[in-house]
Design a protein around this ligand. Structure first.
Ligand code: 5AD
Ligand code: SF4
Length: 478
């Protein structure tokens, strides 16, 4: 590929990135005319919704340039891993994959391998990849993802490995392309980074300081999405409850929600993730008063022990968590509460663990992400005395058992009720699958043409982590 890098690039963003995208597009078109071949890509996304959203941006840029998604990773000309570093096993997977991709390079010498995402922001990881994984062609981090087109052009033009990692964030660059997975629902970043420094968590080190997008940029993006047919949006941030802090014109998360609710066409609003310490009464009131806000709240608990919560630097205790959960349940009857729980944080005693089980029972979660504590280098908890696996593994299994009981008890209460399900896709068993207002997964028989519609479905059977339901046919509009 020949790229004319001598053409002056604008200084300003996003114009600068469009300049590189156009250069790449021209070069790709020329290559295609000469060889008759279209370049393909494959993106593997690890970790959270933030990464999933970032991958949509990478996809948008690649499709703009003229790359097309490969049917299989092994057929792709550009293989991207958007990595996660929250727990160690996610990192091990990436190293495993790199070994495997080395073999692909032998078969396809034009194959380029690109790594990005949170893991790249860790010094030790970067050093290891630089030293031991020469097969990687392009590496960038979380702060400069918007520069992907420029980095790709530089890599193609120079023919050498490009590494660009920033230690801190720069400006928030708006208006770059993105390719959404679904036409009818979309995620929208409202803020980036995290300032909470929970002692087990690496996110503040790899995603940088908390910064909010301006409300007018968010509202514009959502208006455009609504015009494009999007019905459901999910607002994303590490701690959405502190949205607006640091903006020139102060605004709270609840205030932002009222503004979003005015946008015509957006029928459902969800958000992730909340921090119990910042969960305000205003937000609970908004949950009650804004009809488009779905009755589901993800409120990470982490531990039920006040002592452990203190050592995790969470700034709430067991009583406060229970009080917030009850306030949500009182304001929004039938609300589904979900959570994140860590088992085996350093120093966790049997009593601490039982406090966690107690909160699980008292709140009655509808589902939970459960994790065994994984020490992350550079975080305060990594140097605390670690609990042995013989202790953590049985606790983890006990937690799952209690969770399943609690979830099943809730599910039984939801049976035979009719929910409104946004039909998303066809599941493996050939049924349609979608989510209720309360974010519960349901499989139900319905024609494929219903994908993207909100349809009434009655829940018939609980499978613990999902339901089987049936479409209320009386309500079908032909
Ligand atoms: N070990 C285990 N789980 C962790 N999480 C964050 N850091 C760690 C860690 N070091 C979990 C928390 C968080 C979720 C996204 O990941 O529960 O809410
Ligand atoms: Fe990590 Fe705590 Fe920030 Fe969540 S709030 S990203 S757990 S530091």
């Amino acid at each position: 590929m020949t790229i004319d890098m001598t053409r002056p690039a604008p200084e300003k963003e996003p114009e600068r990135q469009y300049h590189f995208m156009d250069l790449l597009k021209e070069a790709l078109e020329q290559e295609q005319t000469e060889s008759g071949k279209t370049r393909t890509y494959s993106i593997t996304t690890m970790g959270c919704q933030m990464n999933a959203r970032d991958s949509e941006k990478l996809r948008g840029i690649l499709e703009y340039i003229g790359y097309r998604e490969a049917a299989r990773e092994k057929d792709a000309d550009l293989v991207i891993y958007n990595t996660c570093c929250v727990r160690e096993n996610a990192e091990q997977k990436v190293y495993g994959k790199l070994g495997y991709l080395k073999g692909f390079k032998k078969q396809n010498p034009n194959l380029k391998i690109c790594l990005c995402g949170c893991m790249m922001q860790e010094d030790a990881v970067l050093e290891k990849i630089q030293k031991s994984y020469p097969q990687v062609d392009l590496i960038f981090g979380t702060h400069n993802i918007y520069k992907f087109a420029e980095l790709l052009a530089t890599m193609e033009e120079s023919g050498s490995r490009i590494i660009d990692i920033w230690q801190a964030h720069g400006e928030i660059v708006e208006d770059l392309p993105s390719l959404r997975k679904f036409g009818f629902k979309a995620s929208v970043n409202i803020m980036f980074g995290c300032d909470n420094f929970c002692t087990y968590c690496i996110v503040p080190y790899v995603r940088g300081r908390e910064r909010s997008r301006k409300p007018e940029e968010i509202l514009k993006e959502i208006r455009d999405l609504a015009a494009d047919g999007v019905k459901e949006i999910q607002l994303l941030g590490q701690n959405v409850n502190s949205y607006g802090r640091g903006l020139e014109e102060p605004i709270t998360f609840a205030e932002l929600l009222y503004k979003i609710a005015e946008i015509e066409g957006i029928e459902r609003i969800r958000f992730m993730t909340s921090h119990p310490k910042d969960l305000s009464d205003d937000l609970i009131q908004a949950m009650r008063d804004i009809p488009q806000l779905m009755p589901h709240f993800h409120l990470p608990l982490q531990s039920g022990s006040s002592e452990l919560l203190h050592r995790m630097n969470r700034h709430y205790d067991k009583a406060r968590y229970l009080e917030r959960a009850e306030a949500l349940q009182a304001a929004v009857p039938g609300i589904s509460l979900t959570t994140d729980i860590i088992v085996g944080f350093p120093g966790e005693t049997e009593e601490d663990f039982e406090e966690t089980l107690d909160v699980v029972r008292k709140v009655g979660f509808d589902s939970a992400f459960t994790f065994i504590y994984s020490p992350r280098i550079g975080t305060p908890a990594a140097v605390m005395e670690q609990a042995p696996e013989e202790v953590t593994k049985p606790r983890f299994d006990r937690l799952l058992k209690v969770l399943e009981e609690v979830i099943e008890e809730n599910n039984q209460k939801r049976l035979h009720q009719t929910y409104h399900v946004l039909a998303e896709s066809v599941s493996k068993n050939g049924m349609l699958t979608g989510r209720t207002e309360t974010n519960q997964l349901v499989h139900f028989e319905a024609p494929e043409c219903m994908i993207g519609q909100i349809v009434p479905v009655t829940l018939d059977e609980s499978k613990i982590y999902y339901f089987i339901g049936h479409l209320e046919r009386t309500c079908i509009i032909a």
